[in-house]
Design a protein around this ligand. Structure first.
Ligand SMILES: [Mg+2]
Length: 254
């Protein structure tokens, strides 16, 4: 996908951009967007009031709010009220349209030998963490940035061997393998096909490369996209960091 450098334009206040919430659907990445990144994915701290903020936005949007994350849904539920919010986990590999309504897309192409190979690599290289989420496998290397070339070489070798059925997704100090054709953009599209999201303009907010697929779908659908933090993006607006994002979202409720 072509990525362009987004202008450093702060979005208009929430109430100006989304002046009719019943015509919009809100899609939010989690790590690095709603809360600050941590050394390890299990070391994040949920800011006070985030849960209440999301709950109020969920109601304002008539239920058309979904968290679109790379985490598994079971992991996400450790940090947000379990099972309450619509959400996509594992970059679209899992979709929850409502409490108890979870669809898991199949990932047979991630075979046990591949899972073992990545897990073994992580335990034999200091500072790495292998996270097998089921539909995708992530190697986290925030604690060992010098390992990045070796990790990418391994991931690319596995992709070649998969004959095009797997792809590498790179994020902030994380390299992930997932089946081709499933991403945050397909997740947003799946939500937009159903009530209460259908017929609304999507607004996607995210901070990482994996959010670009969702930005593209939001823009194609006549909606809007906001990039959080530095880096090139398709998004037309930018917020500085997760704190600024929470402040901007709170503007919906004043
Ligand atoms: Mg993120």
């Amino acid at each position: 996908m072509e990525t362009v450098i987004a202008p450093s334009i702060t979005p208009p206040p929430f109430k100006y951009l989304v002046n009719e919430p019943d015509k919009w659907a809100l899609f939010l990445d989690f790590d690095g967007t709603l809360l600050e990144l941590a050394e390890r994915p299990d070391a994040i701290e949920v800011p006070p009031g985030l849960e209440r903020l999301l709950d109020r936005l969920y109601r304002l949007f008539g239920g058309a709010l979904a968290v679109i994350t790379g985490r598994s849904l079971s992991d996400l539920d450790c940090y947000l009220p379990p099972g309450n919010l619509p959400a996509a986990g594992q970059h679209g590999g899992e979709l929850r349209r409502g409490p108890g309504k979870v669809q898991v897309l199949k990932a047979d192409v991630l075979t046990n030998p591949i899972r073992d190979r990545l897990a073994r690599f992580a335990v034999t290289h200091e500072g790495l963490m292998c996270e097998d989420k089921g539909n995708s496998i992530a190697l986290h290397y925030r604690g060992a940035p010098k390992q990045e070339p070796a990790i990418l070489a391994l991931a690319e070798a596995i992709v070649r061997e998969s004959q095009g059925r797997l792809e590498v997704i790179r994020g902030k100090a994380v390299c992930e393998l997932r089946p081709v054709g499933i991403n945050k953009g397909t997740a947003v599209r799946a939500f937009l096909a159903e009530f209460p999201f259908c017929g609304r303009w999507p607004l996607m907010i995210g901070d990482d490369r994996t959010d670009e697929d969702a930005f593209a779908v939001a823009l194609e659908s006549g909606g809007a996209a906001i990039k959080v933090g530095a880096g090139g993006s398709l998004a037309q607006w930018r917020l500085a960091d997760p704190g600024a994002t929470r402040d901007w979202l709170r503007g919906a409720l004043t």
